[in-house]
Design a binder for this molecule. Structure first.
Ligand SMILES: [Zn+2]
Length: 291
């Protein structure tokens, strides 16, 4: 099977993106491969095929890109199909930001340990759709707006489906003070939370974050650290969504009986053999997650 290398997205225009890729030197006949380029607004998909089949071509100009928003990130991946055997192979997922430097990789790795083992909790990100098919149930083409607040087809986003596939991530949620604002009509419990996590999955304003307590948050700012233009960490400000909003109905399909919500190592002391319940080495390693 061939191997992709040097995949990249480059453009100095807001009208198109140029996607390039290469294949490592091989003795295989490259004429037997078809390449397809796929694009998504979320790095975990769903993916849309934008070009292909391409034979012995290693460049695509995607001139149907919605580039008017600074917050929208487009991800690409290249699929190679070996026509004779039907075998498929995917490249790395790439975006405009490009490759991660060695120093940045190490920063991300260390912070990932921090989030997974010490300070983070399991969260899920629902990347919001910002373009595509309008909601067939509530979108009014004449008024150019939604007619329904509690629409279960677009979850209030105006785009069919509302969100891309949810992505699990470990991040630190800072708790905020509880508040209660009493108005003539209702009680509001608006709390602002800060959240930090690694650079992937990319979070953008208006995305939905669900934490391990099923608190649901709307992201309104995302900042963080970058190295040579590539994100190393994301600092997010988000506001809790009032109970009963349509976002509460969005199903999160996970296996609740086995999901790990907080770092297990925080609740055991595997650092000495005495602390282990049994002297067995397998138990000892088990505390570190080995099976
Ligand atoms: Zn709708």
């Amino acid at each position: 099977m061939i191997r992709f290398k040097n995949e990249r997205v480059i453009s100095f225009s807001i009208k198109y993106f140029d996607v390039y890729w290469e294949v490592s030197p091989t003795t295989e006949d490259l004429q037997e491969y078809e390449f397809y380029v796929e694009r998504s607004e979320s790095e975990e998909g769903p993916w849309q095929q934008i070009a292909g089949p391409l034979i012995d071509r290693y460049h695509v100009r995607d001139n149907n890109v919605p580039l008017r928003s600074h917050n929208r990130i487009l991800f690409y991946r290249i699929k190679a199909l070996h026509v004779l055997s039907g075998t498929e192979l995917y490249s790395k997922v790439i975006d405009r930001a490009g490759k991660i430097s060695l120093l940045a990789q190490e920063m991300i790795r260390r912070e990932d340990v921090l989030f997974r083992e010490f300070v983070g909790v399991q969260c899920w990100l629902f990347p919001r759709r910002t373009f595509g098919q309008r909601c067939p149930q509530c979108w009014d083409d004449v008024l150019q707006k939604r007619r329904q607040d509690q629409c279960p087809t677009c979850w209030g986003t105006g785009f069919s489906g509302g969100y891309h596939y949810p992505i699990g991530l470990w991040g630190q949620v800072d708790d905020a003070e509880q508040t209660e604002q009493v108005t003539m009509e209702d009680h509001r419990q608006v709390t602002y939370h800060t959240f930090r996590t690694g650079p992937s999955p990319a979070i953008k304003p208006m995305d939905l974050v669900v934490d391990h307590l099923n608190r649901r948050f709307r992201v309104f700012t995302v900042g963080g650290t970058t190295r040579l233009g590539v994100g190393v960490r994301q600092e997010v400000k988000m506001v809790i969504i009032e109970r009963g909003a349509i976002e509460d109905s969005i199903p999160l399909k996970i296996d609740a009986s086995s999901v790990r919500l907080v770092p297990e190592r925080e609740f055991s002391n595997p650092h000495t053999p005495e602390a282990s319940q049994s002297a067995s080495m397998s138990t000892l390693f088990g505390a570190y997650g080995y099976k």
